[in-house]
Design a binder for this molecule. Structure first.
Ligand SMILES: NC(=O)c1ccc[n+]([C@@H]2O[C@H](COP(=O)([O-])OP(=O)(O)OC[C@H]3O[C@@H](n4cnc5c(N)ncnc54)[C@H](O)[C@@H]3O)[C@@H](O)[C@H]2O)c1
Length: 388
């Protein structure tokens, strides 16, 4: 059995899920972490018994030389550590979603990994959930005939939940290629998510090869919104898909029928942990038994392109045919060009409570040691620091 070393960049919330995943895969040992915040590193070192900690990815790559690097930083900080890990000799990078904000950023990650022979995986880990895997199998079997139309409803920003939902729909439908996108965007408030400028609300229509279409609405209504739920209408039936529940209606189902979700291929070997399944498939790819990871960087790049094209369509007031020519972040360009004037002044960040600057780190450690989760601690400390 070949063994692999791994490292985590960004010792925050989602890094814990990566740790849990690695710890379930026998071949992998996590040997290092990198994070500029000393207490963030210490929490991981203590909790998981990790032997080495570093302030920067570059130093970590030079001294610890891990085979696999998990990039668990905020969206705008996905390209730099990914590129540094590839340049530093990583055999694979598992980078969090959304892959990147803008096509130049996404392409820089794909290019750097290709140049250094590094496998790039983007953590759309929900592709390993039983609901999505079984839905994909049913679509392939023709259980709803020819897929015609998919509806997605998400919240908390297109690039946040939307990336999972678009990616999941694409997975279930066999990763069809998008031809054009038309979108509408509202941004009357100065809204951000993990330091990334986002819209107040948006919606878009995506047209794929063969005529299949996908509709997505984000933040228009919270009821029924979810990062992993969508409905597919086919020529001979309907599928209602979530990560853990799947329902079908077709001529032989006798109305809506629950589909049995006995653990499917991706998750059964390691008890349904999606991060572990993602690592296991990566090892299969590294060892040459599978040509392409289901979450390959090039696949996630196409989801970024759809989201950026939605914004670009609103910016240009026209249908955007792919490939997308604009390499920057169309939403930000639209704001800078005066196309989306802010009517309610005051920048705010819907995940701002996760920012570690200025929090009482000793109190963080105490609450963590008492068993409180990262999000809960950060919300509490943020409220204590900003009582208004
Ligand atoms: N796949 C999923 O289901 C899922 C779920 C939650 C979050 N995420 C994604 O994970 C990413 C991180 O989100 P989070 O909620 O874990 O954030 P977080 O704030 O909890 O953690 C981020 C960590 O990165 C560290 N950091 C900042 N700059 C750094 C740098 N230059 N080098 C190394 N570390 C640095 C911070 O100190 C912090 O500890 C986001 O892109 C988010 O979208 C994905």
């Amino acid at each position: 059995m070949e063994r692999y070393t791994a490292a985590i960049v960004g010792c925050g919330s989602i890094g814990n899920a990566h740790m849990e995943g690695y710890n379930l895969v026998d071949e992998v040992e996590v040997i290092a972490v990198a994070d500029p915040v000393p207490m963030a590193r210490k929490t991981y070192v203590d909790a998981y018994g990790i032997p080495q900690e570093f302030e920067t990815v570059e130093e970590m790559m030079e001294k610890a030389r891990p085979d696999i690097v998990s990039v668990c930083t905020w969206h705008l900080l996905h390209p730099a550590p990914t590129i540094a890990a590839a340049a530093g000799g990583a055999r694979a990078v598992i980078c969090e979603k959304p892959m990147a904000i803008g096509m130049a950023a996404a392409d820089s990650m794909v290019d750097a990994c290709e140049a250094h022979g590094t496998q790039l995986v983007i953590s759309h880990q929900r592709r390993f959930t039983p609901g999505w895997e079984k839905a994909k199998a049913l679509v392939e079997e023709g259980a709803i005939g020819e897929p015609l139309f998919v509806t997605n409803k998400v919240a908390d920003g297109l690039t946040n939940w939307g990336t999972h939902s678009i990616d999941g729909s694409r997975f279930v439908l066999g990763d069809p290629r998008a031809q054009w996108v038309m979108g509408a965007v509202e941004r009357c408030t100065d809204r951000y998510e993990r330091d990334t400028m986002i819209e107040d609300a948006c919606m878009g229509l995506v047209h794929f090869d063969g005529g299949l279409q996908l509709f997505i609405q984000s933040d228009l209504m919270r009821e029924g919104a979810g990062a992993g739920c969508f409905e597919i209408r086919g020529s001979e039936g309907l599928l209602s898909v979530s990560e853990t529940r799947l329902q079908i209606m077709n001529p032989s189902s006798g109305g809506w029928r629950e589909v049995d979700l006995a653990l499917t291929e991706g998750s059964k070997a390691i008890g349904g942990n999606t991060n572990a399944a993602q690592v296991r498939e990566l090892i299969t790819c590294l060892e040459g038994h599978k040509a392409k990871h289901r979450n390959a960087g090039t696949t996630a790049r196409d989801t970024v392109e759809i989201m950026m094209a939605l914004y670009e369509s609103a910016r240009r007031n026209r249908v955007i045919h792919l490939p997308l020519q604009e390499k920057g972040y169309p939403l930000q360009l639209m704001v800078e060009e005066g196309g989306l004037p802010v009517e309610v002044e005051g920048r705010y960040d819907i995940r701002g409570f996760l920012k570690r600057d200025g929090i009482d780190e000793a109190k963080y450690k105490k609450l963590w040691d008492e068993g409180m989760g990262h999000h809960q601690i950060m919300r509490q400390l943020h409220e204590e620091t900003n009582p208004s």
